[in-house]
Structures are given as C-alpha cells and as structure tokens.
Design a protein around this ligand. Sequence first.
Ligand code: AMP
Length: 606
Amino acid sequence: MSTFSELGLKEEILSALIEMGYETPSEIQEKSIPQVISSTDDLKAFAQTGTGKTAAFSLPIIQQIDVNSNNVQAIILSPTRELAVQIGDQIEKFSKNIKGLKVVTVYGGASIEDQTRKLNRGAQIVVGTPGRTVDLINRRRLKLENLQWLVLDEADEMLNMGFKDDLDAVLESTPSTKQTLLFSATFPREVEAIARNYMHQPVEISAGTKNTGSDDVSNEYYVVTERNRYAAIKRIADVNPDIYGIIFCRTRRECQEVSEKLIADGYNADSLHGDLSQAQRDNVMQKFRNKTVQMLVATDVAARGLDVNNLTHVINHKLPDQNEAYTHRSGRTGRAGNKGTSIVLVTAREVGKLRPIERKIQKKFIKKEVPSGKEICEIQLFKLVEKVKNTEINTKEISGYLDNIYEQFEGLSREELIQKFISVEFNAFLEYYSKANDINDNRPARESDDRGRRRDDENMSRFFINIGRKDNLTPPRLMGLINDQNITNNVEIGQIEILDTFSFFELDKNFEKETLDAFLANSPEFEGRGVNVEITKKRRSGGGGGRGGDRRPRRDGGNFRGGDRPRRDGGDFKGKRRESSGNRDNSNRGNSSGRVQNKSWGRKRD
Ligand code: AMP
C-alpha cells in the first residue's frame, strides 16, 4: 500500500490531506492519482460510491492546475446538486494551501446570475450539474476553450436521470485535446456508449469488482405480505434502536406515505424526494446529517448526493425497478470502511427477483425473520437500562425537590423502585408488542396473497357500519360510499363483510381517525337511512391486537438522541416540540393504545 506522498502529490496537497484526516489512499485513489498525473490518456474507472472517488479524480487535477491562469481548466459533471456541492467543498479543502486556486459550483434551482458573477471572477475548476452547465455554455457564460480535464462522475446515474443530451452537448463543446475521466459504479450499455463515442482508447481501472456489492454490506431479506411491509419496517427500527439509515421507495408518493406513517408513529423520520423545494431538501439533509432525523425515506434520485458514511442500514421498502439501482442503494451503507446492512422487504412472490440481483452484486441474500415482539421488547428494555445508567444527574436543578421525592418513595425497596421506574417507560412497549403477531410470511409463493387479504393484517382497522344486505348494500356500493367520504386519496380498503342489518369493512388504520371524522362530518345517508360508522374490534384473535395494537407506543426518548426531547404526558412539564417534522408527537399519549379517540364515538363494539 502506498502513501499519498508516494503517489506523487505535492506538499500543499499532502498537508491539506493530513488536516482532513486522510492517512492512506483508498484503492481507487492509489490507481487513479498516479495515472492522471503521469498521463493524458482518457480514463475509465469502475468505482462504487463511497470508495474515495472524489479525491481520486480531484487530487491529480488540482496538482496540475495552472493557478496563474484564470481560465476554466477542469470541469466535473455530477448528477445532483448535492453531490456537486460536496465535490466543490472537497476540492476547496484539498486545495486550501494552494494560493490562487478557485473552484465554482454551478447547479439548477439557484440564481444563474450569482453563478455567472462567480465564473466571471475566474475559476480554474468548475463543478456542475449537466443541465445548468449546458445552460451556462449556451449563454456563453462558461467558456471551455482551454479545458484540459473533463470528469464525468457517477456517469451511470447521470444517464439514468435523463442527462444524456446534456452530456452529449457538453462533450461536444469541449476541445478534443482534453483528458476525459469517467467514473461509474456500473457500466450499462449507455455508459459504454459514452465511453466509445467520446473517449479515446481509455485506460481502465477499477476498485473492487465491477458491478458487485461491497464486502462491508450484509444483504438481507424479509418475506412479508404487501400490507405488512410497513409493520416490518417498524419492527426493524425497534429492534435496532440506534438505526441510522435510508428507506428507499420507488415513487415520491410511496416515500411520502411511508415517512408520514413513521412520523405519526413516533419515529425520527423525514422524507427526501423530488417534490420538495431546494430549501426543504437542504433542511431535511441537514437534519439527517446531524442525526436529528434517524430514518430518511427517499427516492433513488433524491438520495444520490448524500455524503453520509456511517449509515447502519439501508432498507428497500420495495425492490427497485432496475436491478442496477440496488447496487446504488446498498452502496449507501458500508462506506469508508464501516459495516452496514441492506435490507429488502419482499413478498413471497417477489423472492425470485432477488436472484438476478445476487448475480449482479455477486453476493447471496441472507433470509432473516422479522423480529418478534418479545425480541424487540428485550432489546428496548436493555436499551432503556443503558440509558438510565448513562443519564447524568442534574443535582442543581433537582436537589430542592429531592427530600419530598424521597419521602414519597419511602418504604419501597431498591428493587421495587427500579422496577417502577423502568415500567414507566416500558409498559407501553410491552403492551403494544404483547399482542403482536408473527408477520413473517412463510407460506409458499403460490399461496401468498399479495393483495394482502390476510386475516392477521395489523395495518388495517375494522369498522362497523349500521347498514347491510336489507338496505341493498353490496361490496361495490359500500366501497362507493367509503370513497364518497373523501377520507384521503386512495385509502386502502380491506375485507368487507356484508351482513343482514349491518356490515364490517377494513381500512388502512393510519386513516382511522380521518375515516371516523369524515363519516361524522358528512353524515351520509344510504337508501334513506342515516349512516353510522364506528371502530370495532377485529373479529379474529391477533391482528396486532385489534383496538390496542395499532399505534406503536411512543418510543423511549433515549433510543436515539432522545435526551434533547423533554416530554411529559400532559403533566407539569410542557413537552417542547422540536422543529423536526420527525418529532415524535406525544400529543396522543395518555391513551394506552396511543390512538386518537373521537369522543363522540363512545360506544364500543367488541
Ligand atoms: P467519496 O467516494 O469520494 O464520496 O468518498 C467517501 C468518503 O470517504 C468521503 O467522506 C471522503 O471524505 C472519505 N475519504 C475518501 N478518501 C479517503 C481517504 N483516503 N482517507 C480517509 N477518508 C477518505
């Protein structure tokens, strides 16, 4: 293994690297740096995210930049604004000891005038997203006549994101004498075509095996029904109280739904997808980086730019549409020498889809069981014990109350006291999970019903409705009636049971309150009868515990950065709401089921 100095880098760069804590070059750096310093040949590099690519292409360029000229000498194209900004920031750090070296980052969604002003002041290195770069070239504000290096970072992603025309435009407006460096984690046909059309006999280097997953990532899968995907995520989070990860969804809507449920259920979660404004994205990223947000629910594209090295988990809520994307997703964890876990939730019918991915990543998926309530309770209990042990006592603030408190606990043994204090936090967890079912779907694929009409579906609530067959109610008419209440967009309707004078239906339990409220507010009539809807207990045993089993107990504040969240259940201390939308909302506490009960629906039908 070489040192950075042995790779031929100059003193100003070496001193900056030391300050940044870079001690030894990564594999891709070891291969790329001397190559680009010593040769003007084009370079085609296979490198996963997180392998140190940025330094691999930036350092040899910085080494050779002529600081006496203000012309743009190098341009680096990257798929997202976040990634571009990170690369720009890294380059500033690498070159901080080189006087006169200037880098400007350009990207869409920000003022083109500001960026033009910066370019006019002179910059030897420009980092940009493809669209904005082409825009600046077309407006003659970015001049590339003197370009010596063109870097295509994450070329596969740029093409996936539809930047082919922009890449073609940039490649065609740059001098043919430049050196092109193409970095990509995967090499599908489109990337090969770019290499073929625009590069001249490139030298190939690779770090790790082409298209394979990292050795530092354990690839695991859980088999659940469609409807239990979300419940499985909750259990995975509960059994890993320190989870810090990304939950990948395929669409913005899926993203929004999962994150809203997580937030409502008390997890530190937030979402990142294309519908957010740039300011909102920045805000979410900031919260995720500083770990205020513990689980980021993101689309593939939105997560591209995230430079977070210590993620514990990647969770694939659903498999990506393209197998290539799995490599990118799982590559978000197990970075910079850390270990990580990439979890895939699949239905029994989807298990077969893992095989081609296994071939691509050249790793086997390990089948795991969704943890049982008992396992989760054990983990949470010991987490709580650890938290109590590590809690600092604020003697100054509490000393005035202590005599009174001691008096109140008089007569209790040490053991009883410990048990009581632990139970304060833990009872809600125990109650929730004591009724939890096994949600692993171990049935053969052909028996598995992906539409999820399973009896033990813990994501559905069962409602009673006071009309039935005698009122000419049929399942389609009932569905129409439910839809007419505009509860929310496309709320999922489960089992319907029409009886003579009344009926039952199941609905996504996250919209339980909305359903009751909608029927109450609309007061619909059916065949001349006023319609009355109430929550009812699930007919069969289990099912997440019917009335009690829906909403997870508010998580112990100590699971993850909980110490900054003062909270009480409506007692003397006012719970300060944190700004994060991932704040665990404790407003429903005090009701052991954690459910918001509409007082006007007092009658229970068990
Ligand atoms: P990259 O693949 O360039 O996004 O790098 C992934 C992460 O590893 C970044 O946070 C870098 O700062 C860090 N990194 C890259 N190379 C090294 C190195 N040689 N030593 C220590 N950290 C590194």
